[in-house]
Design a protein. Structure first.
Length: 541
């Protein structure tokens, strides 16, 4: 009786690994093309970290004319939630990060290297585990939970490293005969990897993001097939990324410490290890403490939050590129109108420690993105958002022609559009005065009687048909008439001569019409409000 008999007993029907090697041949890609993936577990709403990894992985694949795929890692059935896969695939689609291959919905996939859902790959893992067992590189372990717990406690007590290794790896030297006997007797078991490592030896790894790192070799005999017959993450990663011909494993840096194990698994399986690239997580500043974004505490950790507050997916992606690559910002400055797809992303320029999530920066980026949209686009996006999240705004926007004029202010015919919208949830307060008469007025340094006089004088000469120059000249006329300086310049030269200048006069009109001291171009606002509404609002004042 030898290892081969043991392997045959455990996995009698497993196909030879050659079958899969042939079925999933090396990819025929141009020199230098990289194959990347994102491999989330369907454990709930999509985390911003998944999006971040997908963005980086996809960008790297695209710019090398390689392949980006989505694999669902659902071998931990206890953590899986209903609809989890749909959640991931639809989030990726929503953010324009759909894959070339892999899962595209809860039940569909595309591509020749599937199945792309680990729970559908059981037979494949069995083949590769069988090969390892038959070569004496993996073995059945019969240790019970109680035995393992007792060993762990003992290790703690006598201050030894925890884990299943060396003398603690009790089942690693059970002979095939004995193992066969115990299996036949109905004993429960898992399959463990027989690590050839020695903790005292070091290995050097060059991570695509973190750079050169030295680790102790792995010597843990980790579980590769659990008692439920499904693989652990470690083994599934090794088999899948080999067969799917992944060249670059871009993943969260919580896996960094597993690299020595993973490299060993690849070696022992006879595979070429991929290039590892470990991304630092997005962090949050919590009262001076830097911590990982948490779905429980931080709404921005869940990607659906951005749709809810109405930040465009494009803006979120652009923001993530900003925190991912320090040169992105200067590239954007020099390439204002280019698509982010044209930015040459460099993995080795990613930050080694986690970048902080910064709403101010996100909204800044987002304002720029929205400033590049046409009035039509702004209308369509905000109306669509409003129909989902804000009925009151949806009602305001019902009159499409008028709304388009409102969104066209300082946008149509402007080469420097205003940057006052960061998200669709800002729209209502931003444009409300264009739809409803304001109810609160603060004229600043001008008192009520003065304001009244200015409005009265203005009403006498207001004409909707005036061009902008005439309109402005009339403001100056009113200023003069009410005893204010016609020109800001002359006021500044001798401020003691006047109570204010033409700017203060237009502020009165602005506040009377909009309830605000700060608005986009007043001339345009008045053109859009129209003669009747302007006169009505001024008279009501
Ligand atoms: N399923 C693993 C996770 O959710 C993926 C790690 C990887 O990308 O390999 O963290």
């Amino acid at each position: 009786m030898d290892f081969k008999d043991l392997a045959d007993l455990i996995f009698p029907n497993a196909k030879p690994v050659e079958y899969y090697e042939e079925k999933y041949p090396s990819r025929d890609l141009k020199e230098g093309a990289v194959v990347t993936r994102v491999a989330p577990s369907p454990t709930g709403s999509t985390h911003i970290g998944t999006l971040y990894q997908a963005l980086v992985a996809r960008t790297i694949a695209k710019q090398s004319e390689g392949v980006f795929f989505v694999r669902i890692e659902d071998t931990d059935t206890k953590r899986e939630v209903e609809g989890g896969i749909d959640n991931i695939t639809s989030s990726l689609n929503y953010f324009g990060l759909g894959p070339d291959e892999g899962m595209i919905s809860g039940s569909e996939e595309k591509g020749n290297y599937g199945p792309y859902k680990q729970s559908s790959r059981k037979e494949i893992y069995e083949s590769f585990a069988k090969k390892l067992i038959s070569e004496g590189k993996a073995y059945p372990c019969f240790c019970t939970e109680e035995e393992l717990t007792a060993d762990r406690e003992k290790q703690e007590r006598i201050k030894r490293r925890p884990g299943y290794y060396g003398v603690w790896a009790k089942c690693r030297n059970i002979s095939p005969e004995k193992a066969i006997e115990r299996i036949k007797a109905g004993e429960k078991y898992v399959i463990r990897f027989k690590s050839p490592g020695n903790e005292a030896r070091k290995i050097k790894v060059s991570d695509g993001i973190k750079g050169k790192i030295t680790f102790p070799e792995n010597d843990l005999d980790i579980i590769i097939i659990k008692s439920d017959g499904l693989p652990t993450y470690h083994f599934a990663h090794c088999v899948d990324d080999h067969l799917m011909r992944t060249t670059h494993v871009i993943r969260g840096d919580e896996w960094l410490s597993s690299v020595p194990l993973h490299i060993q698994l690849f070696e022992q399986s006879g595979f070429k290890a991929p290039k590892y690239c470990h991304i630092a997580p997005i962090m949050k500043n919590d009262n001076g403490n830097k911590r990982k974004l948490s779905k429980r505490k931080d709404p921005e950790a869940g990607v659906s939050y951005f749709a809810e507050i109405g930040v465009l997916p494009e803006a979120v992606k652009e923001y993530l590129l900003n925190i991912a690559n320090s040169q992105f910002e200067s590239w954007r400055k020099g390439n204002k109108d280019k698509s982010i797809e044209e930015f040459q992303f460099q993995l080795n320029k990613m930050s080694v420690s986690g970048a902080l999530f910064d709403f101010t920066k996100l909204f800044d980026v987002s304002k720029n993105v929205i400033s590049r949209l046409s009035a039509d686009e702004v209308y369509n996006y905000s109306y669509e958002w409003a129909n989902k999240y804000d009925e009151e705004l949806a009602n305001l926007l019902k009159d499409k022609d008028y709304s388009l004029k409102v969104f066209g202010i300082e946008r149509n015919n402007s080469n420097k559009p205003r940057k006052d919208l960061a998200k669709w949830s800002d729209v209502k307060e931003n444009i409300r005065y264009m739809f409803e008469k304001p109810t609160e007025f603060d004229f600043g340094k001008i008192d009520g009687d003065e304001a009244k006089k200015v409005i009265e004088e203005y009403l006498k000469i207001y004409d909707i048909n005036d061009d902008k120059q005439t309109w402005f000249d009339k403001m100056k006329d009113v200023a003069e008439k009410c005893g204010y300086a016609r020109e800001v310049k002359e006021f500044k030269a001798s401020p003691e001569k006047w109570p204010g200048h033409v700017g203060d006069v237009s502020t009165v009109i602005r506040v009377a019409l909009t309830g605000r001291q700060n608005t986009p171009d007043l001339y345009e606002i008045m053109q859009v409000l129209g003669k009747d509404e302007v006169e009505k609002r001024l008279k009501d004042m």
